[in-house]
Design a protein around this ligand. Structure first.
Ligand SMILES: Cc1cc2nc3c(=O)[nH]c(=O)nc-3n(C[C@H](O)[C@H](O)[C@H](O)COP(=O)(O)O)c2cc1C
Length: 218
């Protein structure tokens, strides 16, 4: 089983990368071959609305026409059996690079004539990981369930199924006394000690589940 994994955080060892590593570990433990891409080391744009992927006739293709670092990766997507996408939340959305990936990944497979019939030839599972500053109770209060539920539904519609795993109230700085923040370093550390290893375990189960078909409840 081949899986592509995308880190949508500019920090290669931050919360998002750590959660994603656990998901990759879970998938590899179940025998999957996983290739990781750190989106912030690549040069690429979002969809440029050229509509090449919507042209009818012999020119028709589900490979995005934009020639940049993402194109060879999108070529690989045609042959994979699963996807892992991880992003920090930036201003109530995915990071810019992750948004750009989702546009380029999903639009060529979106069937403009019938949204219910994806052009992706198989049904494959997608694991979606978000890390964020907001607490678990704020997740619903600030509308994130709706925002990110939309991304989950888009990925599920084009690829088959999508399961979301979250890490709330993450630690952003090593030393909170040096930065502006809405909590003290002690408060953040106490929350992280109580929750982050469980979040990482959920991410590991997410990776396992892409291979076994059994997903964590989160
Ligand atoms: C530009 C920027 C915008 C952010 N916006 C949000 C936000 O809207 N909601 C939220 O919960 N956290 C927000 N955060 C916090 C990050 O999502 C959170 O700390 C995340 O875990 C960082 O992941 P990383 O360690 O992989 O970089 C923001 C952080 C940055 C740098």
């Amino acid at each position: 089983m081949k899986i592509l994994a995308f880190n949508g955080s500019p920090r290669s060892t931050g919360n998002t990368a750590t959660m994603l590593e656990h998901a990759i570990k879970g998938a590899r433990e179940k025998g999957a071959e996983v290739e990781l891409f750190n989106l912030y080391t690549m040069q690429f744009s979002g969809c440029i609305s050229c509509f090449s992927c919507k042209r009818l006739g012999k020119e028709r293709t589900t490979l995005c026409a934009v020639k940049d670092d993402l194109r060879p990766v999108l070529e690989k997507v045609r042959d994979i059996d699963g996807l892992l996408i991880a992003s920090p939340i930036y201003f109530g959305s995915e990071s810019a690079a992750c948004r750009a990936l989702i546009e380029r990944l999903c639009f060529p497979y979106l069937n403009y004539a019938d949204y219910t019939k994806s052009h992706f030839p198989r049904r494959i599972p997608v694991g979606l990981i978000y890390t964020m500053n907001v607490t678990a109770d704020m997740w619903t209060r600030v509308g994130y369930e709706v925002n990110f539920g939309r991304t989950r539904d888009t990925l599920a519609r084009e690829f088959g199924s999508c399961t979301m795993v979250l890490a709330h109230n993450t630690t952003q700085y090593k030393d909170y006394s040096l930065y502006e923040a809405n909590a003290t370093g002690e408060e953040k550390k106490a929350y992280r000690d109580a929750h982050f290893s469980k979040d990482c375990e959920n991410a590991r189960l997410l990776g396992e589940g892409l291979v076994s078909g059994i997903q964590p409840n989160s």
